[in-house]
Design a protein around this ligand. Sequence first.
Ligand SMILES: Nc1ncnc2c1ncn2[C@@H]1O[C@H](COP(=O)(O)OP(=O)(O)OP(=O)(O)O)[C@@H](O)[C@H]1O
Ligand SMILES: [Mg+2]
Length: 150
Amino acid sequence: MKRQLPDEQATNALAEEVFAALSGSLQGWTVLLKGELGAGKSTFARAFIKAAGHQGAVPSPTYTLVEPYDLPAGHIYHIDLYRVSDEAELRYLGWNELDDGFRLVEWPERAPGLADEADLLLELKYAGDSRLASLDALSARGAALIQKIN
Ligand SMILES: Nc1ncnc2c1ncn2[C@@H]1O[C@H](COP(=O)(O)OP(=O)(O)OP(=O)(O)O)[C@@H](O)[C@H]1O
Ligand SMILES: [Mg+2]
């Protein structure tokens, strides 16, 4: 699915719709957030985490690699692989232990193998001052989720 996102509010709205379209648990979901610097990956992640009930700041995981959120809806892990140069480094951030929650991954290009276990791919492209979003399924439940969004 493709959508024009004329401003930040539109990016936030898409994140809220994705959260609302989740049925059941946050467990084991992986969403890859691709796009150039400043395309809006963290904007999307922040709006998703807030839609899940988090109040307060959503710090950038650029240096910590993972920012965890323990919410009534479940665990969310906001992950930024920008500083990861080798897929093997995922081990050090405990990737496999994060499968009890919903993983939002910025810069997934750093670990190409993640596509095999992901559910959704969101690509954000610059379109003048606005953005073009492409949301594609990488799993059956990802496809079912996209069907609920328009
Ligand atoms: N749909 C949109 N149209 C125009 N501007 C937007 C849109 N969505 C977000 N923005 C703005 O673009 C910037 C995106 O910054 P953000 O930190 O979310 O990008 P990012 O993709 O996470 O970058 P990085 O690669 O550095 O992590 C913010 O200033 C935000 O206000
Ligand atoms: Mg970011």
